[in-house]
Design a protein around this ligand. Structure first.
Ligand SMILES: *Cc1c(COP(=O)(O)O)cnc(C)c1O
Length: 388
Protein backbone atom coordinates (compact mmCIF):
# COMPACT_ATOMS: atom_id res chain seq x y z
CA UNK A 1 0.00 0.00 0.00
CA UNK A 2 1.35 3.43 -0.92
CA UNK A 3 1.56 5.98 1.91
CA UNK A 4 -1.62 7.94 2.53
CA UNK A 5 -1.88 11.43 1.05
CA UNK A 6 -4.26 13.54 3.10
CA UNK A 7 -6.37 16.47 1.96
CA UNK A 8 -5.01 19.02 4.44
CA UNK A 9 -2.97 18.20 7.51
CA UNK A 10 -1.83 20.53 10.26
CA UNK A 11 1.85 21.36 10.39
CA UNK A 12 3.60 22.58 13.54
CA UNK A 13 6.54 24.98 13.41
CA UNK A 14 8.08 23.65 16.61
CA UNK A 15 7.66 26.76 18.76
CA UNK A 16 4.09 25.87 19.75
CA UNK A 17 5.38 23.77 22.65
CA UNK A 18 7.43 26.67 24.03
CA UNK A 19 4.28 28.71 24.48
CA UNK A 20 2.38 25.76 25.94
CA UNK A 21 5.25 25.08 28.35
CA UNK A 22 5.21 28.73 29.37
CA UNK A 23 1.49 28.45 30.12
CA UNK A 24 2.12 25.41 32.33
CA UNK A 25 5.14 26.99 34.05
CA UNK A 26 3.16 30.12 34.91
CA UNK A 27 0.00 28.15 35.74
CA UNK A 28 -2.11 29.89 33.08
CA UNK A 29 -4.04 26.71 32.18
CA UNK A 30 -7.36 28.54 31.83
CA UNK A 31 -9.46 30.18 29.12
CA UNK A 32 -7.61 33.48 29.39
CA UNK A 33 -4.02 34.57 29.83
CA UNK A 34 -0.86 35.87 28.17
CA UNK A 35 -1.02 33.50 25.17
CA UNK A 36 -4.62 34.51 24.42
CA UNK A 37 -3.78 38.22 24.55
CA UNK A 38 -0.61 37.82 22.48
CA UNK A 39 -2.33 35.62 19.88
CA UNK A 40 -5.05 38.24 19.45
CA UNK A 41 -2.42 40.94 18.96
CA UNK A 42 -0.42 39.08 16.30
CA UNK A 43 -3.60 38.16 14.47
CA UNK A 44 -4.71 41.77 14.51
CA UNK A 45 -1.32 42.98 13.25
CA UNK A 46 -1.43 40.37 10.51
CA UNK A 47 -4.91 41.43 9.37
CA UNK A 48 -4.35 45.18 9.34
CA UNK A 49 -0.68 45.31 8.36
CA UNK A 50 -1.03 46.37 4.72
CA UNK A 51 0.38 49.85 4.18
CA UNK A 52 -2.01 52.76 3.90
CA UNK A 53 -4.99 50.48 4.52
CA UNK A 54 -3.67 50.09 8.03
CA UNK A 55 -5.20 53.43 8.98
CA UNK A 56 -8.58 52.25 7.77
CA UNK A 57 -8.42 49.05 9.79
CA UNK A 58 -6.62 50.32 12.86
CA UNK A 59 -9.70 50.18 15.10
CA UNK A 60 -10.22 46.46 14.43
CA UNK A 61 -9.87 44.13 17.40
CA UNK A 62 -9.63 40.35 17.44
CA UNK A 63 -11.29 38.17 20.09
CA UNK A 64 -9.98 34.58 20.31
CA UNK A 65 -12.72 31.98 20.75
CA UNK A 66 -13.24 28.24 21.05
CA UNK A 67 -14.30 27.82 17.39
CA UNK A 68 -15.04 29.60 14.15
CA UNK A 69 -18.66 28.56 14.61
CA UNK A 70 -18.69 30.35 17.97
CA UNK A 71 -17.31 33.45 16.23
CA UNK A 72 -20.13 33.41 13.68
CA UNK A 73 -22.68 32.91 16.45
CA UNK A 74 -21.33 35.80 18.54
CA UNK A 75 -21.18 37.97 15.42
CA UNK A 76 -24.90 37.40 14.88
CA UNK A 77 -25.64 38.10 18.55
CA UNK A 78 -23.72 41.39 18.40
CA UNK A 79 -25.63 42.31 15.25
CA UNK A 80 -28.84 41.84 17.21
CA UNK A 81 -30.16 38.86 15.23
CA UNK A 82 -33.25 37.46 16.95
CA UNK A 83 -36.04 34.98 16.48
CA UNK A 84 -38.01 35.70 13.32
CA UNK A 85 -35.24 37.68 11.61
CA UNK A 86 -33.88 36.72 8.22
CA UNK A 87 -30.17 36.50 7.50
CA UNK A 88 -28.74 36.15 4.01
CA UNK A 89 -26.06 33.48 3.71
CA UNK A 90 -24.01 32.13 0.83
CA UNK A 91 -25.50 28.74 -0.07
CA UNK A 92 -22.23 27.27 -1.33
CA UNK A 93 -20.43 26.78 1.98
CA UNK A 94 -19.89 24.56 5.00
CA UNK A 95 -22.91 24.21 7.30
CA UNK A 96 -21.12 26.14 10.06
CA UNK A 97 -21.75 29.38 8.11
CA UNK A 98 -25.51 28.86 8.38
CA UNK A 99 -26.09 26.92 11.62
CA UNK A 100 -25.60 29.94 13.92
CA UNK A 101 -28.49 31.67 12.14
CA UNK A 102 -30.69 28.81 13.34
CA UNK A 103 -29.16 28.99 16.85
CA UNK A 104 -30.68 32.48 17.05
CA UNK A 105 -34.08 31.24 15.89
CA UNK A 106 -33.63 33.28 12.71
CA UNK A 107 -34.20 32.06 9.14
CA UNK A 108 -31.37 31.71 6.64
CA UNK A 109 -32.01 33.04 3.14
CA UNK A 110 -29.58 31.34 0.79
CA UNK A 111 -27.96 33.08 -2.16
CA UNK A 112 -26.11 31.27 -4.94
CA UNK A 113 -22.58 31.86 -6.20
CA UNK A 114 -21.10 33.41 -9.31
CA UNK A 115 -18.85 31.49 -11.70
CA UNK A 116 -15.54 33.31 -11.29
CA UNK A 117 -14.98 33.13 -7.53
CA UNK A 118 -17.60 30.51 -6.56
CA UNK A 119 -18.69 33.03 -3.92
CA UNK A 120 -21.84 35.10 -3.34
CA UNK A 121 -23.26 36.55 -6.56
CA UNK A 122 -23.76 40.29 -5.94
CA UNK A 123 -26.59 40.44 -8.51
CA UNK A 124 -28.51 37.63 -6.84
CA UNK A 125 -27.87 39.31 -3.49
CA UNK A 126 -29.75 42.40 -4.68
CA UNK A 127 -32.52 40.21 -6.07
CA UNK A 128 -32.84 38.38 -2.74
CA UNK A 129 -32.95 41.59 -0.69
CA UNK A 130 -35.62 43.12 -2.95
CA UNK A 131 -37.72 39.98 -2.96
CA UNK A 132 -37.57 39.54 0.83
CA UNK A 133 -38.64 43.16 1.24
CA UNK A 134 -41.55 42.56 -1.08
CA UNK A 135 -42.56 39.20 0.43
CA UNK A 136 -42.20 39.82 4.16
CA UNK A 137 -42.00 43.61 4.25
CA UNK A 138 -38.66 43.68 6.07
CA UNK A 139 -35.02 43.71 5.10
CA UNK A 140 -32.72 40.83 6.04
CA UNK A 141 -30.82 41.76 9.20
CA UNK A 142 -27.33 40.61 8.12
CA UNK A 143 -25.39 39.18 5.18
CA UNK A 144 -22.88 36.31 5.51
CA UNK A 145 -20.60 36.09 2.48
CA UNK A 146 -17.91 33.37 2.48
CA UNK A 147 -14.42 33.30 0.97
CA UNK A 148 -14.69 29.67 -0.03
CA UNK A 149 -11.52 27.57 -0.29
CA UNK A 150 -9.63 30.80 0.42
CA UNK A 151 -10.89 32.59 -2.70
CA UNK A 152 -11.95 36.16 -1.87
CA UNK A 153 -15.51 37.04 -2.77
CA UNK A 154 -16.34 40.18 -4.76
CA UNK A 155 -16.23 42.31 -1.64
CA UNK A 156 -16.45 45.74 -3.31
CA UNK A 157 -19.75 44.84 -4.90
CA UNK A 158 -21.10 42.97 -1.88
CA UNK A 159 -20.22 45.85 0.47
CA UNK A 160 -21.75 48.33 -1.97
CA UNK A 161 -25.06 46.42 -1.95
CA UNK A 162 -24.92 45.96 1.83
CA UNK A 163 -24.25 49.66 2.40
CA UNK A 164 -26.95 50.70 -0.06
CA UNK A 165 -29.54 48.80 1.99
CA UNK A 166 -27.88 49.45 5.35
CA UNK A 167 -27.45 45.74 6.10
CA UNK A 168 -24.37 44.75 8.15
CA UNK A 169 -21.96 42.12 6.81
CA UNK A 170 -20.56 39.23 8.85
CA UNK A 171 -17.72 37.85 6.77
CA UNK A 172 -17.03 34.11 7.00
CA UNK A 173 -13.27 34.15 6.58
CA UNK A 174 -12.74 30.72 8.16
CA UNK A 175 -10.92 29.40 5.11
CA UNK A 176 -9.30 32.64 3.99
CA UNK A 177 -6.63 33.59 6.52
CA UNK A 178 -3.90 35.23 4.40
CA UNK A 179 -6.10 35.83 1.34
CA UNK A 180 -6.41 39.38 0.00
CA UNK A 181 -8.83 41.33 -2.13
CA UNK A 182 -7.47 44.54 -3.67
CA UNK A 183 -4.51 44.43 -1.30
CA UNK A 184 -6.67 44.15 1.79
CA UNK A 185 -6.84 41.04 3.96
CA UNK A 186 -10.00 38.95 3.95
CA UNK A 187 -11.63 39.31 7.36
CA UNK A 188 -11.41 43.12 7.38
CA UNK A 189 -14.29 44.01 5.05
CA UNK A 190 -17.40 43.23 7.04
CA UNK A 191 -18.49 44.86 10.28
CA UNK A 192 -17.53 41.51 11.82
CA UNK A 193 -15.58 38.54 10.49
CA UNK A 194 -15.07 34.98 11.67
CA UNK A 195 -11.78 33.08 11.49
CA UNK A 196 -11.26 29.36 12.16
CA UNK A 197 -8.24 27.51 13.53
CA UNK A 198 -9.66 24.02 13.26
CA UNK A 199 -7.29 21.15 12.50
CA UNK A 200 -7.44 21.42 8.72
CA UNK A 201 -7.52 25.21 8.26
CA UNK A 202 -4.62 27.55 7.34
CA UNK A 203 -3.33 27.47 10.90
CA UNK A 204 -4.62 25.44 13.80
CA UNK A 205 -4.98 25.80 17.55
CA UNK A 206 -6.22 22.17 17.57
CA UNK A 207 -9.68 23.75 17.60
CA UNK A 208 -10.48 27.43 17.82
CA UNK A 209 -11.61 30.56 16.09
CA UNK A 210 -11.72 34.32 16.37
CA UNK A 211 -14.14 37.16 15.85
CA UNK A 212 -12.75 40.24 14.13
CA UNK A 213 -14.58 43.22 15.63
CA UNK A 214 -14.82 46.78 14.30
CA UNK A 215 -13.62 48.47 17.51
CA UNK A 216 -12.61 48.06 21.13
CA UNK A 217 -16.15 48.55 22.42
CA UNK A 218 -17.60 45.77 20.23
CA UNK A 219 -14.70 43.46 21.14
CA UNK A 220 -15.45 44.00 24.82
CA UNK A 221 -19.05 43.10 24.16
CA UNK A 222 -17.98 39.92 22.32
CA UNK A 223 -15.78 39.02 25.28
CA UNK A 224 -18.70 39.63 27.64
CA UNK A 225 -20.94 37.16 25.80
CA UNK A 226 -18.08 34.68 25.31
CA UNK A 227 -17.47 34.49 29.06
CA UNK A 228 -21.00 33.80 30.38
CA UNK A 229 -22.27 37.40 30.26
CA UNK A 230 -21.28 38.29 33.80
CA UNK A 231 -22.35 41.77 34.82
CA UNK A 232 -20.09 43.93 36.95
CA UNK A 233 -20.76 42.80 40.51
CA UNK A 234 -18.92 40.90 43.24
CA UNK A 235 -21.41 38.04 42.91
CA UNK A 236 -22.55 36.35 39.68
CA UNK A 237 -25.08 38.73 38.15
CA UNK A 238 -26.69 37.99 34.77
CA UNK A 239 -28.94 40.13 32.60
CA UNK A 240 -28.21 38.41 29.28
CA UNK A 241 -27.80 34.82 28.12
CA UNK A 242 -24.08 34.09 28.02
CA UNK A 243 -21.82 31.52 26.36
CA UNK A 244 -18.63 29.66 27.20
CA UNK A 245 -16.80 30.49 23.97
CA UNK A 246 -13.40 31.79 25.07
CA UNK A 247 -10.20 30.22 23.74
CA UNK A 248 -8.00 28.45 26.26
CA UNK A 249 -4.52 29.78 27.00
CA UNK A 250 -3.11 26.39 25.92
CA UNK A 251 -4.76 26.51 22.49
CA UNK A 252 -3.68 30.13 22.07
CA UNK A 253 -0.10 28.97 22.72
CA UNK A 254 -0.37 26.67 19.70
CA UNK A 255 -1.82 29.60 17.73
CA UNK A 256 1.10 31.86 18.64
CA UNK A 257 3.52 29.24 17.37
CA UNK A 258 1.49 28.73 14.20
CA UNK A 259 1.66 32.42 13.34
CA UNK A 260 5.39 31.96 12.66
CA UNK A 261 4.60 29.58 9.79
CA UNK A 262 1.42 31.18 8.43
CA UNK A 263 3.19 33.09 5.63
CA UNK A 264 5.14 29.95 4.68
CA UNK A 265 1.94 27.91 4.64
CA UNK A 266 0.20 30.42 2.39
CA UNK A 267 3.22 30.43 0.05
CA UNK A 268 3.37 26.62 -0.03
CA UNK A 269 -0.37 26.23 -0.71
CA UNK A 270 -0.05 28.69 -3.59
CA UNK A 271 2.93 26.72 -4.92
CA UNK A 272 0.94 23.49 -4.72
CA UNK A 273 -1.92 25.14 -6.61
CA UNK A 274 0.46 26.36 -9.33
CA UNK A 275 1.97 22.90 -9.61
CA UNK A 276 -1.48 21.35 -10.11
CA UNK A 277 -2.23 23.97 -12.78
CA UNK A 278 0.99 23.15 -14.61
CA UNK A 279 0.70 19.37 -14.33
CA UNK A 280 -2.99 19.19 -15.26
CA UNK A 281 -2.62 21.56 -18.19
CA UNK A 282 -3.85 19.82 -21.33
CA UNK A 283 -5.99 17.23 -19.55
CA UNK A 284 -9.27 17.72 -21.41
CA UNK A 285 -12.35 18.42 -19.31
CA UNK A 286 -10.37 18.88 -16.08
CA UNK A 287 -9.97 22.45 -14.91
CA UNK A 288 -8.18 23.79 -11.85
CA UNK A 289 -10.11 26.59 -10.13
CA UNK A 290 -8.03 29.78 -10.47
CA UNK A 291 -8.54 33.29 -9.17
CA UNK A 292 -9.86 35.88 -11.65
CA UNK A 293 -7.08 37.66 -13.55
CA UNK A 294 -6.17 41.28 -13.04
CA UNK A 295 -4.59 41.23 -9.59
CA UNK A 296 -7.61 42.08 -7.41
CA UNK A 297 -7.86 38.54 -6.07
CA UNK A 298 -5.08 36.90 -4.11
CA UNK A 299 -6.27 33.54 -2.79
CA UNK A 300 -4.40 31.61 -0.11
CA UNK A 301 -5.48 28.51 -2.08
CA UNK A 302 -6.39 26.76 1.15
CA UNK A 303 -7.55 23.86 -1.02
CA UNK A 304 -6.90 23.41 -4.72
CA UNK A 305 -10.16 22.42 -6.42
CA UNK A 306 -10.84 20.97 -9.85
CA UNK A 307 -13.95 20.57 -11.93
CA UNK A 308 -14.44 17.55 -14.16
CA UNK A 309 -16.75 17.99 -17.15
CA UNK A 310 -17.69 14.36 -17.88
CA UNK A 311 -18.83 15.03 -21.48
CA UNK A 312 -15.36 16.38 -22.32
CA UNK A 313 -13.16 14.33 -20.00
CA UNK A 314 -14.82 10.95 -20.60
CA UNK A 315 -14.90 10.34 -16.84
CA UNK A 316 -16.70 11.90 -13.89
CA UNK A 317 -15.67 13.64 -10.71
CA UNK A 318 -16.68 10.48 -8.86
CA UNK A 319 -14.40 8.38 -11.10
CA UNK A 320 -11.52 10.65 -10.07
CA UNK A 321 -12.41 10.48 -6.39
CA UNK A 322 -12.63 6.67 -6.42
CA UNK A 323 -9.41 6.29 -8.41
CA UNK A 324 -7.61 8.53 -5.93
CA UNK A 325 -9.08 6.60 -3.03
CA UNK A 326 -7.87 3.32 -4.56
CA UNK A 327 -4.38 4.87 -4.62
CA UNK A 328 -4.72 5.80 -0.93
CA UNK A 329 -5.22 9.51 -1.70
CA UNK A 330 -7.86 11.53 0.13
CA UNK A 331 -10.02 13.93 -1.89
CA UNK A 332 -13.49 15.34 -1.29
CA UNK A 333 -16.43 16.63 -3.34
CA UNK A 334 -16.99 20.38 -3.06
CA UNK A 335 -19.36 21.57 -0.32
CA UNK A 336 -22.93 20.45 -0.85
CA UNK A 337 -24.91 23.72 -1.10
CA UNK A 338 -27.01 24.61 1.93
CA UNK A 339 -30.22 24.93 -0.10
CA UNK A 340 -29.88 21.23 -0.98
CA UNK A 341 -29.38 20.16 2.63
CA UNK A 342 -32.44 18.45 4.13
CA UNK A 343 -32.03 20.43 7.35
CA UNK A 344 -32.52 23.71 5.45
CA UNK A 345 -35.13 22.51 2.96
CA UNK A 346 -37.64 25.17 3.98
CA UNK A 347 -35.26 28.12 3.73
CA UNK A 348 -35.75 30.60 0.86
CA UNK A 349 -33.16 30.32 -1.92
CA UNK A 350 -32.12 32.60 -4.76
CA UNK A 351 -30.25 30.55 -7.32
CA UNK A 352 -28.70 30.39 -10.76
CA UNK A 353 -27.54 26.76 -10.88
CA UNK A 354 -23.87 27.51 -10.16
CA UNK A 355 -23.42 25.79 -6.80
CA UNK A 356 -25.55 22.80 -7.81
CA UNK A 357 -23.39 22.24 -10.84
CA UNK A 358 -20.17 22.70 -8.86
CA UNK A 359 -21.34 20.16 -6.32
CA UNK A 360 -21.80 17.69 -9.16
CA UNK A 361 -18.49 18.20 -10.94
CA UNK A 362 -16.09 19.60 -8.32
CA UNK A 363 -13.41 17.95 -6.23
CA UNK A 364 -10.93 19.19 -3.58
CA UNK A 365 -7.42 17.84 -4.03
CA UNK A 366 -4.75 17.29 -1.37
CA UNK A 367 -3.28 20.73 -0.64
CA UNK A 368 -1.67 20.69 2.82
CA UNK A 369 1.67 22.43 3.38
CA UNK A 370 3.33 19.15 4.41
CA UNK A 371 2.91 17.69 0.91
CA UNK A 372 5.99 17.46 -1.30
CA UNK A 373 5.98 17.88 -5.09
CA UNK A 374 6.16 14.10 -5.57
CA UNK A 375 2.84 13.78 -3.70
CA UNK A 376 1.20 16.23 -6.09
CA UNK A 377 2.70 14.37 -9.05
CA UNK A 378 1.24 11.12 -7.69
CA UNK A 379 -2.22 12.73 -7.48
CA UNK A 380 -1.99 14.05 -11.04
CA UNK A 381 -0.74 10.69 -12.31
CA UNK A 382 -3.94 9.03 -11.07
CA UNK A 383 -6.05 11.60 -12.92
CA UNK A 384 -4.02 11.18 -16.09
CA UNK A 385 -4.40 7.42 -15.98
CA UNK A 386 -8.17 7.90 -16.24
CA UNK A 387 -7.68 9.63 -19.60
CA UNK A 388 -6.42 6.41 -21.18
C1 LIG B 1 -14.34 25.59 9.21
C2 LIG B 1 -15.39 26.52 8.80
C3 LIG B 1 -16.23 27.15 9.74
C4 LIG B 1 -16.28 26.76 11.18
O1 LIG B 1 -15.10 26.84 11.88
P1 LIG B 1 -14.89 25.87 13.16
O2 LIG B 1 -13.64 26.46 13.77
O3 LIG B 1 -14.68 24.50 12.63
O4 LIG B 1 -16.06 25.99 14.06
C5 LIG B 1 -17.13 28.07 9.27
N1 LIG B 1 -17.25 28.37 7.98
C6 LIG B 1 -16.48 27.79 7.04
C7 LIG B 1 -16.65 28.19 5.62
C8 LIG B 1 -15.54 26.83 7.41
O5 LIG B 1 -14.80 26.22 6.48
Amino acid sequence: MKPRIWLSLAHMCGREQEFIQEAFDTNWVVPLGPNVNAFEEVLRDFLIENGELKIKNEDKRVVALSAGTAALHLGLILLGIEEGDEVICQSFTFSASANPIAYQGATPVFVDSEQDTWNMDPGLLVEAIKDRLEKIGRLPKAIIPVHLYGMPGRMDEIMEVANRYGIPVLEDSAEALGSEYKGRKCGTFGEFAALSFNGNKMITTSGGGALVCPCEERAKRALFYATQAREQAPHYQHEKIGYNYRMSNICAGIGRGQMFVLEDHVARRREIHDLYVRLLDGVKGVKVMCQPEGGDFNSNYWLTCITVEPEVAGFTREDVRLALDADNIESRPLWKPMHLQPVFKNAPFYGNGTSERLFEVGLCLPSGPTLVNEDIERVVQVVKELVR
